[in-house]
Design a protein around this ligand. Structure first.
Ligand SMILES: [Zn+2]
Length: 82
């Protein structure tokens, strides 16, 4: 199943940020779940840490990150034109 509907929904509901801090870190997964798809972040897989607010990070799989990166700008422009 495509991740896009999940990511759009998470953006709309506020579960994923529209903006991020200037530095996004990539590192091997340690534990926890992806904030986009809700699946486990496995060790040895690339995980993106996206700064969102004060000392809060959103953790995404690398492929979820790519979808989020493209969708967050679309969602923002829709919100702006409404
Ligand atoms: Zn994911």
């Amino acid at each position: 199943m495509s991740l896009l509907p999940f990511i759009r929904l998470r953006l709309r509901e506020g579960g994923l940020p529209h903006d991020s801090g200037p530095i996004i870190l990539g590192r091997p997964g340690v534990a926890g779940v992806c904030d986009a798809c809700g699946k486990v972040l496995r060790k040895k897989r690339l995980v993106m840490d996206i700064p969102s607010g004060d000392h809060v990070f959103v953790h995404l799989h690398a492929n979820c990150y790519i979808f989020w990166k493209s969708e967050r700008h679309k969602a923002k422009s829709i919100a702006r034109s409404a």
